[in-house]
Unconditional design. Structure first.
Length: 567
């Protein structure tokens, strides 16, 4: 009897052990922290509150923010804690490290790869501005970086140099404490409108879902979408991609914060809160998906703390943006790397090209309303054409200029001596556009202004136009396509310049950057029938420098060129 009892006891005991093991496995939690940046835009060194140069006075009063040295400090701090038994951490970059300061103007992809390799994100997705240095620049960048770069909705098979890098993939797989995590990249197809190359774009949601299916088939239970399509699209992805658990976004420079009230949609403060951090999107199944993004210019670092159960279900999430102000230390090796590049920046950047009596406001507000820096840049384009003396007996042949608000990247602060440097200019309009005169009918010009109105309240609102030679009224209570209620045009063929109503059947010469003339931001600025275009002698930087040197003291204001009304 005793001999029979022992095997039975051992069998029951074994079953209990196996049952407890199964229960323990079912309760297994995968926990980690996601740190993330987007739209750092070459802010390798700290900036002032506007995202432009942090001068010595601001620095001495601890009024500077961001910079890669502060990002590095926070990322390394969390990584060190993880290595010492703390919560594991992933650091993700959602694109647009290229373009925005004189550092990139001078050193291009070389400086971007050098600094990103020091930060070493676990994964990066491409942003649209990673194409600013053409395919050659992107290829050079990809060949230099030592971390995965993902984007799932591109077909670059017709760009053999890009294929040869073997550095782009639809997704990559990371591991946290034995749990595999899939990271799928995506990039706005609007990028195709802005660059001339043979890369083709597919719709994001379709591409993400296809890649997510492949990852699920490999047994990957946790999937993060990391991309660069804007806050509104990020939320669509969270809603319509059933296998995606988290969306880390960029492109729209959106500031999210759960501890501050959400701003009115017409609030033109670039740092206005557009939603909570994280923004929770509920899928039709009831699944909750957090969406996060963290402003621009390296001013903040996003931090999202998540927990998944053994089946890959997101059971807890919380987080907030970390303000990288002067209380955050700067890593010395990053500052040392800046000093390696600095001599060329100093020599070129400190050249004084003009003076201002006023703050010249640029940046995100130029995507929402008239800004005086937008007026100045547009005026410089008309001025440059006027100096070419193509108007015959009249003052010019092109009295109108358009420039996308998204192309005016930062403000120019009024310094004690009022000096405007080459660096100020280069960081204001960093994209190096040639200028063209294009002859447009009044109807085509009106359509362009309607398109400008239509993009204002969208994620990709960089196409909202700043103007010279036009006075436009928009009414946002009207239907899209009918929001322009008044347009006055400055005459070119006149002895005394004055404004009159736009004539839809008349033709007007308009100065535009090459980006716009090539269809950037979705504009059509070449007539289908009997088109006329002519290249100016100066590009956008040359025109602005010429204007500042010819008008050595500027005091441009907001003049009612753009009036936004409601019924």
């Amino acid at each position: 009897m005793r001999l029979m009892f022992i095997p039975v006891f051992l069998m029951i005991f074994g079953q209990l052990i196996r049952a407890n093991s199964i229960k323990s496995s079912a309760n297994q939690i995968t926990e980690f922290i996601i740190l993330h940046n987007n739209d750092m835009h070459a802010r390798f060194e700290q900036t002032n509150k506007y995202g432009s140069v942090c001068n010595q006075d601001d620095a001495s009063m601890n009024k500077c923010f961001g910079g890669f040295a502060r990002v590095a400090h926070e990322v390394r701090k969390y990584r060190e804690e993880a290595n010492n038994g703390g919560t594991p951490v992933l650091y993700l970059n959602a694109g647009d490290t290229f373009s925005g300061t004189v550092w990139f103007t001078v050193f291009k992809n070389q400086i971007a790869s050098a600094f990103l390799n020091k930060l070493h994100p676990d994964v990066m997705c491409l942003g649209n501005h990673e194409f600013d240095d053409n395919i050659e620049g992107l290829v050079s960048f990809l060949n230099a970086v030592d971390f995965p770069v993902v984007v799932s909705n591109l077909d670059y098979s017709k760009e053999p140099e890009l294929v040869a890098t073997n550095k782009l993939s639809n997704s990559t797989i990371l591991e946290v404490n034995g749990t595999k995590i899939g990271i799928i990249g995506y990039l706005t197809p609007k990028t195709k409108e802005d660059y001339i190359n043979k890369v083709e774009f597919r719709e994001e949601i379709t591409s993400i879902n296809a890649e997510a299916t492949k990852l699920k088939d490999q047994g990957i239970k946790i999937i993060i979408a990391l991309g660069h399509s804007g806050y509104q699209k990020d939320q669509e992805i969270a809603r319509e991609c059933p296998d995606v658990d988290i969306v880390i976004g960029g492109h729209s420079h959106t500031y999210l914060d759960a501890n501050k009230p959400i701003a009115d949609k017409d609030d033109t403060n670039p740092e206005a809160v557009r939603g909570p951090y994280p923004t929770t999107v509920v899928q039709p199944s009831g699944k909750k998906v957090p969406v996060v993004q963290v402003f621009t210019n390296s001013k903040y670092l996003g931090k999202l703390h998540v927990q998944f159960d053994a089946d890959g279900n997101l059971v807890q999430f919380a987080g907030s943006p970390i303000l990288l102000n002067a209380s955050v230390a700067q890593e010395q090796d990053m500052l040392d790397l800046l000093d390696v590049f600095r001599p060329n920046i100093t020599a070129k950047g400190e050249q004084v090209i003009g003076h201002t009596r006023v703050l010249l406001e640029g940046g995100n507000m130029c995507r929402l309303r008239e800004c005086n820096l937008g007026n100045l840049v547009a005026d410089s384009m008309v001025y440059s054409r006027m100096l070419e003396n193509k108007g015959g007996e009249y003052w010019t042949d092109a009295a109108i200029a358009l420039i996308s608000g998204g192309g005016i990247r930062t403000s120019i602060n009024k310094k004690a001596d009022g000096a405007i440097t080459f660096r100020d200019m280069a960081e204001t309009i960093p994209f190096e556009n040639r200028l063209f005169v294009t002859r447009l009918s009044g109807k085509t010009l009106l359509n362009a202004l309607e398109h400008s109105a239509s993009v204002r309240n969208k994620d990709s609102n960089g196409g909202f136009q700043q103007l010279s030679g036009l006075r436009v009224e928009y009414n946002y209570d009207m239907a899209e396509g009918h929001q322009v209620t008044s347009v006055l045009v400055l005459c070119a063929e006149c002895k005394v310049p004055s404004y009159s109503k736009l004539n839809e059947s008349a033709y007007y010469n308009v100065v535009v950057p090459e980006f716009l003339m090539n269809g950037g931001d979705g504009f059509t600025l070449i007539e289908a029938n009997n088109p006329f275009t002519e290249l100016l002698g100066k590009d956008d930087k040359g025109a602005l420098q010429q204007y500042l040197e010819g008008n050595n003291l500027v005091y441009t204001g907001v003049e009612g060129r753009i009036v936004i009304t409601k019924s």
